[in-house]
Design a protein around this ligand. Sequence first.
Ligand code: SAH
Length: 248
Amino acid sequence: MIRLYISEPTPAFSAGLILPLNTDQGRYLTSVMRKGAGDVVSIFNGRDGEWTAEISEAGKRLVTLKLIEQTRTQPTGQGPVLAVALIKRGPLEYIIEKATELGASRIQLLTTRRTQSDHVKLERLKIIAQEAAEQTERLDVPEIVAPIKLEAFLAAPGVEVIVFGDEDSTHEGDARQTQPLLEVLSTLTNRRAAILIGPEGGFDDHERQTLRGMENVYPVNLGPRILRADTAAISALTLYQAALGDWK
Ligand code: SAH
């Protein structure tokens, strides 16, 4: 069944509520998917769970839905936060899509000393997250937050714990030997955590020292090989969901 994320503000979903769709969604339903009055779709808005709704009007300019019944309640749990340094467009878009499928609740974009640019097409990334949420049958869409400096994120991460992928630890001779991610996760119980992944060039020494010196920041290794940032983000999120998250 077609799933649509309703991003516009609406009254709380209830049986019989009439919802006008925005132009893009109206056109997608009628022109692209060839749906018409009476056809049923599935909708969610991130707050009211998932509802079935029938197309009550399928005009050229206006398509409206009439809500039928709630089919899934809104989950309460909050997925992990992913804080990721800006990388090349392709791999970054790939991270947004996969992090959405893996249940990230927020994706905080970061600039660090080695990120090449500080510009992203934020609206495009939000659409990617929305489409991935519809496809993966989530009942919410991760918040994609415009890039801020690493230091600004560390000053107000919005989570209790930061687990940072420390690629430097793959080499021996590191004074503070980092732990494997799973080991650190098993000590976190149910505290809100963010996974922090650096750019293609990695964190620089000053950033690494800052991170290692912080109370609520845990450096972890993601195995003995250097992973690309997208591989690192996805594998860390996977381990997080399996160890602490909703992969029961
Ligand atoms: N400086 C590296 C590239 C960094 S990889 C190089 O020599 O090519 C991009 C990011 O992925 C890193 O900043 C780190 O957060 C994460 N990462 C990659 N491999 C990792 C590993 N084995 N352990 C921990 N983090 C890793």
